[in-house]
Ligand binder design. Structure first.
Ligand SMILES: [Fe+2]
Ligand SMILES: [Fe+2]
Length: 137
């Protein structure tokens, strides 16, 4: 069973964003699976770099849409993106150190995933509703 899912129930209604959210969930799942198999440190590191890069790309994409649509709540939303990026960096350090029991790393990953999916359900959904009115699909 997937560690984290991002299905239509948390859709924003903006197709390109929903696709990226599903991709983020898939990347998190791959890292989670890697933690519980004997994936090499190098592989885990690569997977994490892919996740961090993709998350940055995704946040930039959303923020570009904020500009295009003159989204009034952009400042708060962008602050949440910055916080999520900071959490990704903290998690990256913990993962790459592999300090502490595996279960703690998995818990940290779970915490970040929940935070990210909550952001999708609340902030991104609110933007999706606004963006659809602005003609973004
Ligand atoms: Fe998003
Ligand atoms: Fe967002």
């Amino acid at each position: 069973m997937a560690f984290v899912t991002c299905d239509d129930t948390v859709g924003t209604g903006v197709e390109s964003l929903d696709r990226e959210h599903r991709q983020l969930a898939a990347l998190i799942n791959a890292i989670h699976a890697g933690l519980f198999t004997d994936a090499s440190d190098e592989r885990l590191e690569q997977a994490f770099v892919v996740l961090a890069d993709f998350a940055s790309l995704h946040f930039r994409h959303e923020e570009e849409l904020f500009r295009q649509t003159r989204y009034p709540a952009a400042a708060d939303h962008m602050r949440h993106h910055a916080e999520l990026k900071a959490q990704l960096s903290i998690l990256e350090a913990a993962l790459l150190d592999r300090k502490g029991p595996l279960i703690e790393l998995a818990e940290k990953l779970g915490f970040l995933s929940e935070w990210l999916m909550e952001h999708v359900e609340k902030d991104d959904k609110a933007f999706g509703d606004y963006a659809k009115q602005a003609g973004i699909r």
